[in-house]
Design a binder for this molecule. Structure first.
Ligand SMILES: Cc1cc2nc3c(=O)[nH]c(=O)nc-3n(C[C@H](O)[C@H](O)[C@H](O)COP(=O)(O)OP(=O)(O)OC[C@H]3O[C@@H](n4cnc5c(N)ncnc54)[C@H](O)[C@@H]3O)c2cc1C
Length: 417
């Protein structure tokens, strides 16, 4: 099937590709990729940049047969890459299984989310990509290849920004299902949050701080606790007495159940319900993952810059991500803290303040979220990615004709077109 591509989810990027191909079988996908001069995989279009784009054709795996195969003995599921996390999660839950983490929204495709290192929050939980145990990929020559955890170069394959091929299936770790309760607090002073950062982020299975940078307070603390764990005392911060949206004035019907009511993991770990548009739908996002030991300094620097960007900011979210070994991951080699910005949709305004934010954070070893707005070029980013040279070698070996390359990969990874 063919369709005309227009824009990404946020509407700030118009794809250069003329069309999206939607093959109905893996064989059709193989023919298409093998014969293309330039081609890139497209997921559910939730990235905020040209990361997925190409001057050739985009190809979506959403039209491939939906397969969700559980292997309870191995505690793994093999899922078609185009399936959305929310759909996978509902199936897993029905069958008594669960994922360790989810992003704030369930609407994103498995392969697309993994390819950019998408994450939720949790001191002891890796990103969505860290749960990947295997990938089946259509390579540049059209051949179908499998790579599994433990294979050489596997850690280079997972967060790969579509540069190595089109993932038809992803194998993910699963665990027996569990319940989660959400307890929200308000108005925790920033100084208390920073002074007790480790206690705060370890006070529940998954913790998110929603805040601005100028009021001196973390406006909302969202604790997602597993099982029957009672909510802790957060240094006297008031517990929320009503359902809250992280964006002031936005419709609370869109958020998952709060108020300490335990429920299935897939109806609590994402902030947003599958049936609603996440957030307000009119926004840009940026995020920088800083090495955990640098979080206090990073927060101090951003609070110092607050007046520069407070008119552009809808809300910031602070989350934690456990270390992994994936070469291009934001948590490669050490625990990380994600400092996320939901901006108003003012493209020139946002891109005008990003250099100041990057000047403050990149020297601390910050890595940008590959799916969100940032500016840093390959030269500036290289010190943060010790395995970038290995990734270049892998991309050259698997895609010698550069059919999966695009302007984004050239600009930010230094992979020549
Ligand atoms: C409202 C909103 C909330 C968000 N919340 C979070 C959050 O909580 N945490 C977080 O970390 N991020 C978050 N993001 C960012 C989002 O998770 C990433 O941008 C993610 O990559 C989007 O997945 P997608 O399926 O839309 O991929 P796309 O944006 O379509 O593509 C992203 C990349 O994946 C590649 N790709 C897609 N499919 C395949 C495939 N089959 N094989 C190989 N490569 C492929 C593309 O080539 C491209 O490089 C959010 C985004 C939005 C819009």
């Amino acid at each position: 099937m063919l369709s005309v591509v227009t824009k990404n989810w946020a509407g700030n990027h118009e794809y250069a590709a003329a069309r999206v191909q939607e093959p109905a079988s893996v064989g059709e996908l193989q023919d298409l990729v093998g014969s293309a001069e330039r081609v890139r995989a497209l997921g559910t279009r939730h990235s905020f940049t040209d990361v997925a784009d190409t001057t050739g054709d985009l190809v979506s795996t959403a039209g491939l047969p939906v397969e969700i195969e559980l292997d309870g003995d191995r505690q793994q599921v093999r899922v078609s890459g185009g399936v959305r996390y929310g759909d996978l999660a509902a199936t897993l839950q029905e069958r008594g299984w669960a994922l360790a983490t989810m992003a704030s929204l369930p609407h994103i495709s498995v392969a697309g989310a993994v390819a950019t290192g998408t994450h939720g929050s949790g001191d002891r939980t890796g990103s969505l990509a860290a749960a990947v145990a295997g990938l089946d990929l259509v390579g540049a020559d059209g051949a179908l290849r499998s790579t599994r955890r433990g294979d050489d170069d596997f850690p280079g394959h997972v967060v790969s920004l579509g540069a190595l091929g089109v993932a038809t299936h992803v194998i993910l770790d699963v665990e027996p299902t569990y319940d989660v309760r959400q307890d929200l607090y308000t108005d925790l002073p920033w100084d208390v949050a920073v002074a007790h950062f480790d206690e705060l982020t370890s006070s529940a299975y998954s913790v998110s701080l929603f805040t601005d940078w100028s009021s001196g307070r973390v406006g909302q603390v969202w604790l997602k606790g597993r099982g029957d764990s009672a909510p802790p005392d957060l240094w006297g911060a008031p517990a929320a007495t009503a359902t809250l949206h992280m964006l002031s004035g936005a419709d609370t019907a869109a958020v998952t159940r709060q108020g300490g009511v335990a429920g299935p993991w897939n109806r609590r770990l994402p902030h947003f319900r599958m049936e609603f548009t996440p957030s307000r739908g009119e926004e840009l996002q940026s995020e920088y993952l800083v090495p955990r030991p640098q979080v206090g300094e990073a927060i101090t620097r951003l609070r110092g810059l607050a007046s520069l960007f407070e008119g552009l900011l809808q809300v910031t979210e602070v989350r934690t991500i456990a270390a992994d070994d994936l070469w291009l991951s934001g948590a490669y080699g050490g625990d990380a803290v994600g400092l996320h910005f939901t901006w108003v949709r003012d493209v020139p305004g946002v891109y005008a303040v990003l250099p100041r934010i990057e000047e403050a954070l990149l020297p601390l070893g910050a890595r940008p979220h590959w799916g969100k707005c940032f500016l840093a070029t390959a030269e500036l980013l290289r010190p943060a990615y010790p395995r970038m040279g290995d990734f270049h070698d892998l991309a050259e070996r698997l895609d010698p004709s550069h059919k999966f390359r695009n302007a984004f990969l050239e600009r930010h990874l230094g992979l020549a077109l």
